[in-house]
Write a protein that binds this ligand. Structure first.
Ligand SMILES: NC(=O)c1ccc[n+]([C@@H]2O[C@H](COP(=O)([O-])OP(=O)(O)OC[C@H]3O[C@@H](n4cnc5c(N)ncnc54)[C@H](O)[C@@H]3O)[C@@H](O)[C@H]2O)c1
Ligand SMILES: [Zn+2]
Length: 645
């Protein structure tokens, strides 16, 4: 007997699929532990059809596992290469206004990093300045994909043709956030808290309900009530909470950013969507038949294990904070063997009893370093008294143990130097190994490194060629242009990562910044009292070293001042501009870039906040009228060019 049984609806869908295999044979196939490529394809087609119609037979993890197996056995398989289609019973389809694709998937920091490298490469191929690459992260809603063109609501269908489900709006389905129509792709979803409180007794999962909202047949009264209560919505992706930033910010603060987006909405999500927003890059990268190359879904395999702690090792960071790292009995989790995990801070080690012999629950949630979720069996906490690097007596500062030896702690010195070259990022050669060797000979400051002649490098034990290369690299690091905000960030002042440096430098020059007071800093958007105090103090601490390095003469690109932009009397300063249709004067990407340089905000779609809609060729009347209805000024390309002069 198979563990799978199909109900009547499922059997009807299976028949519609036309697999030439009877339901009972399919049930057996589903339970079979070993499947060949052909069988895997059948099972995936079956599971997909049932899933899309709201009656899944297996869970996503199992489905994704089977897809992986098929990919290994038959990498070219046609089912894997295309968008997984909906299967419809007796329904007409209509062409979609725009292709709707699936997404490529990543399960680790490394995969995301590789994806950003592909974006960087694409940008350089079309001469897009690396610094203008913008990334956006949104929650990946786990509902029913749909597209709203303002008149019709469509299902995703097979990606090119979908079903007309405008009836869902007629049934009262609301649009998340501001209720605007015509915002393109989105997802029909149900509020998590509402499902748990009101619907979970009656429905197994929210997928059943989504299917009911769009079905042709009469609607269940609980579902109608959920619609009326505003718990079911169509959520246009454009309206989603998002994180916007650049590649460096993402990679340097990956876990925090992802965690924040992960908890941003009260709807089921099955990952996060990362994408670049630069149109020229998107156009250049393009798409496969299944997914856009400029977009990727970050998913997690939530798996956990109970693991024994062997010992807790202290590590001193560049700021003197000592972090506890737990060494673990090696454990296999989500395909990787883990033997270390970070503990939040030493107060947690102390209060939760993390020490040799403790049993913890380890979760690998796809993030870079696994985290300790809970301590199941505490032990005697293992707390260090002295800095593992310089032996100074550690002191408590709130939840953390700190090494107070600012001037003479090798770990702090090394990590500060490593941070400098890593952040500068314009040369190779000064990684941890080289820095360690140099500091062993008493070099403690950045400016001292720049003064090392070749023969000294040889004396430190580097080969002749390597020594020459190190000298050349140091010279190059001053010659290759770098942004002034990156240069400042390299000094590692707390709360002064790239983003904040850039914000400050939009108001003050690099040199001026060292004399900005806390009162002046809080005037700048984004700096609260406490951060401003910490930044001013931190800058004071690095002042001497900063100017010694600065005076070596770096090739710094100056961040443009906001004031210059505002004073330029640009006719579109602060206007929100949307370009649509084919332009004559140059690519749309170029026009958008130019508009931004004039201080305008460029948006992708018309909303109530739009100031101008600039129309190229072949733009439909409906779109133009819809924009006018929202009070947007519609300009032809020529009218726009006249406006900006
Ligand atoms: N359990 C099953 O039997 C079964 C069957 C088929 C598919 N699945 C699951 O579905 C996945 C593939 O489905 P898919 O191709 O529909 O989706 P996908 O996971 O590849 O994601 C693509 C879709 O994400 C949606 N999306 C949600 N939030 C978004 C956002 N913020 N920005 C952009 N797009 C967003 C879009 O509608 C888009 O079509 C599989 O990996 C599997 O986990 C499960
Ligand atoms: Zn120390």
């Amino acid at each position: 007997m198979s563990e799978y049984n199909f109900n009547d609806i499922q059997i009807a869908i299976i028949e519609e699929l036309g697999l030439n295999t009877s339901p009972s044979e399919l049930a057996d196939l589903l339970s079979a532990s070993d499947k060949n490529a052909e069988e895997l394809e059948i099972v995936l087609k079956l599971a997909n059809a049932l899933y899309r119609s709201g009656h899944p037979v297996i869970d996503d993890l199992k489905y994704d596992g089977l897809s992986e197996q098929l990919k290994e056995l038959d990498p070219q398989n046609a089912f894997l290469a295309a968008v997984e289609p909906e299967v419809l019973i007796d329904s007409k389809t209509v062409p979609l206004p725009q292709k709707m694709l699936s997404t490529d998937k990543a399960y680790s920091f490394e995969e995301i990093k590789k994806w950003t490298e592909r974006i960087t490469k694409a940008a350089s191929e079309i001469n897009v300045d690396h610094n203008t690459i913008e990334l956006k992260i949104t929650p990946k809603l786990d509902g029913y994909a749909a597209y709203d063109d303002g008149a019709i609501l469509y299902t995703r269908g097979d990606g090119t043709r979908g079903q007309d489900i405008t009836r869902a709006f007629e049934r009262g389905l609301k649009i998340a956030n501001n209720g605007e129509r015509g915002l393109g792709p989105g997802e029909i979803v149900i509020k998590k808290s509402y499902f748990d409180e009101v619907l979970s007794d009656k429905f197994e999962n929210s997928r059943n309900i989504q299917a009911a909202i769009i079905a042709e047949k009469k609607i269940d009264e609980d579902v109608q009530k959920a619609i009326d209560d505003g718990a079911c919505v169509f959520y246009p992706f454009l309206e989603l909470e998002n994180w916007i930033g650049n590649i460096e910010e993402l990679l340097s603060n990956f876990e925090n950013i992802l965690e924040k987006m992960w908890n941003a909405v009260d709807y089921d999500i099955d990952g996060l969507i990362l994408e670049t927003t630069n149109e020229p890059i998107k156009a250049h990268m393009g798409a496969t038949r299944k997914f856009h190359r400029w977009q990727i879904a970050f998913k997690v395999n939530d798996e956990s294990a109970e693991v024994e702690v062997l010992k807790v090792v202290p590590q001193t960071s560049r700021t003197g904070r000592v972090s506890p790292v737990a060494e673990l009995a090696p454990t296999k989790l989500s395909g990787a063997t883990l033997s270390r995990a970070t503990v939040h801070h030493y107060n947690m080690v102390k209060t939760n009893g993390v020490g040799p012999g403790a049993i913890i629950r380890l979760v690998r949630s796809g993030l870079v370093i696994p985290k300790i979720e809970e301590v199941i069996k505490p032990a005697e906490p293992e707390l260090p008294e002295n800095c593992p690097s310089c032996n100074a007596h550690l002191i408590w500062e709130a939840d953390h143990l700190m090494c107070p030896n600012k001037s003479d702690c090798p770990a702090q010195t090394e990590n500060t130097l490593i941070h400098f070259f890593k952040t500068l990022g314009n040369i190779d050669g000064f990684g941890p190994k080289v820095i360690e060797k140099i500091t062993n000979y008493g070099v403690k400051h950045i400016h001292e490194i720049y003064e090392i002649p070749k023969y000294k490098f040889v004396g430190f034990g580097f080969g002749d060629k390597t020594s020459q290369n190190l000298v050349d690299q140091l010279k190059a690091s001053r010659e290759i242009e770098i942004e002034d905000w990156r240069f400042l960030a390299a000094f590692g002042v707390s709360r002064l990562a790239g983003g904040n440096c850039e914000k400050l430098l939009q108001h003050h020059s690099l040199v001026e910044l060292f004399d900005v007071s806390v009162e002046q800093m809080v005037q700048i958007d984004g700096f609260a009292q406490l951060s401003a105090e910490a930044i001013v103090e931190g800058m004071n601490n690095v002042r001497e070293e900063f100017f010694k390095v600065f005076e070596l003469g770096f090739n710094l690109a100056i961040t443009p001042k906001l004031a210059d932009r505002e004073n330029s009397e640009s006719p579109i300063a602060d206007a929100v501009v949307v370009f649509t249709g084919a332009m004559q004067q140059g690519s749309r990407g170029d026009m958008e870039k130019h508009a931004k340089s004039l201080g305008a905000k460029v948006a992708k779609s018309v909303t109530g906040k739009t100031t101008y809609l600039v129309t190229g060729e072949k733009v439909g009347e409906t779109k133009i009228n819809a924009a006018r209805d929202k009070g947007v000024k519609v300009l032809t390309e020529q009218e726009y060019l006249d406006l900006i002069g």
